[in-house]
Design a protein around this ligand. Structure first.
Ligand SMILES: C[S@@+](CC[C@H](N)C(=O)[O-])C[C@H]1O[C@@H](n2cnc3c(N)ncnc32)[C@H](O)[C@@H]1O
Length: 273
C-alpha cells in the first residue's frame, strides 16, 4: 500500500468514527457493519452502571474485558478506545491502585469518552488522543493491553504490534477482540475503502496475524474465533451498507465468497519474561 493510500484510509476511518461519536453523543445508536458484534457480549449489569452514550457508542466486535483477567493495581491500555466502554469497565476492575488508559485518534471519540468518564464518576481512567502506531506512553509501563475491533483498521499493523510490545511490562499480556479472516478476501472486496472502515477489508488472515505477533516478539500467541458470520448474517449486515460501497458487486457471488470467512476472534499473547 502506498503512503497516500494509507493516509486516505486513515482519514476515512477518522471521518466514519467521528460521525459515529457525534451520533452516540446525541444518544442515537452508532452501530453499523461488522463493528456491532460486541454489545450483547457484555454483562448487562455492568453496562447498566455506565452512561447511555458510552453504551450507544460501543462499536466493538467482542468483549476484551472478559478475557483480560484484570486485578486491582494493574495498568491497562485500550487501543482505539472509542466512546470509552472498555476503559470504564476496566478502570473499575483495576481499582484500587490501578489505572486504565484509552487511546484513540478521533477527537470526537476522545471528547465523548471524557464526557462519559465524567458522567460515570470513574476517576482512575485517562483518555489520550493519538495513534496506536505511536503509543504516547513510556516503555514497560502497562500490564495488560486490550482492544476491541481496532487493530484491523490500522494500515501499519506490524508497527502497532511493535508499539504494544514496547509499552508492555515483561510478562505483560495482550487480550484483544478483533475481526480476523479465515482466508484472503477476493481482491475486488479487499480494495473497498468502505469495507476497510467497516472493519472487514483491513482484517488479517489468521495465520498472518499469528506470524506478525510472533515477529513482534510475543509468545503464547493464540487466535481463537468466537463467532463466524454465515451467509444469512452477511446478507443481514449488507442491508446496512452504503449502496455506494457495494455498487458493481454481484450480491450472490459476494455472499458466497464471504461465507465463513469473517470471524470475531479473541487474540491473546504475552511479552516473554
Ligand atoms: C470500531 S471502533 C471501536 C471503538 C471501541 N473499541 C469500542 O469497542 O466501542 C474503532 C475505533 O478505533 C479508532 N481508531 C481506528 N484506527 C486508529 C488508529 N490507527 N489509532 C488510534 N485510534 C484508531 C477509531 O477512531 C474508533 O474510535
Amino acid at each position: 500500500m502506498t503512503t497516500q493510500d494509507a493516509e486516505a484510509i486513515r482519514l476515512a476511518v477518522r471521518e466514519r468514527y467521528g460521525e459515529a461519536a457525534t451520533l452516540a453523543g446525541r444518544g442515537e445508536p452508532a452501530v453499523d457493519g461488522a463493528a456491532s458484534f460486541g454489545a450483547p457480549l457484555y454483562d448487562q449489569n455492568a453496562l447498566a452502571e455506565l452512561p447511555q452514550a458510552a453504551v450507544a457508542a460501543s462499536l466493538g466486535c467482542g468483549n476484551p474485558t472478559a478475557l483480560a483477567d484484570l486485578a486491582p493495581g494493574m495498568t491497562v491500555l485500550d487501543l482505539g478506545s472509542g466512546g470509552g466502554i472498555d476503559v470504564l469497565l476496566s478502570a473499575r476492575r483495576v481499582a484500587p491502585g490501578g489505572k486504565a488508559y484509552g487511546l484513540d485518534m478521533t477527537p470526537q471519540m476522545v471528547e465523548l469518552a471524557r464526557q462519559n468518564q465524567t458522567e460515570s464518576g470513574v476517576e482512575n481512567a485517562e483518555f489520550l488522543l493519538g495513534n496506536i502506531e505511536s503509543i504516547p506512553l513510556p516503555d514497560a509501563s502497562v500490564d495488560v493491553i486490550i482492544s476491541n475491533c481496532v487493530v484491523n483498521l490500522s494500515t501499519d499493523k506490524p508497527r502497532v504490534l511493535d508499539e504494544a510490545f514496547r509499552v508492555l511490562r515483561t510478562g505483560g499480556r495482550l487480550a484483544i477482540s478483533d475481526i480476523v479472516l479465515m482466508r484472503q478476501l477476493p481482491p475486488l472486496l479487499a480494495g473497498l475503502v468502505g469495507l476497510w472502515t467497516g472493519c472487514v477489508a483491513g482484517a488479517l488472515v489468521k495465520d498472518e496475524l499469528e506470524r506478525q505477533l510472533t515477529a513482534a516478539g510475543f509468545v503464547s500467541v493464540s487466535v481463537e474465533p468466537v463467532r463466524t458470520l454465515d451467509r444469512a448474517e452477511l446478507a443481514e449486515l449488507a442491508k446496512d451498507l452504503d449502496p455506494a460501497v457495494v455498487a458493481g458487486l454481484n450480491p450472490e457471488a459476494t455472499l458466497d465468497a464471504l461465507d465463513g470467512v469473517i470471524t470475531s476472534s479473541f487474540i491473546r499473547a504475552r511479552k516473554p519474561g
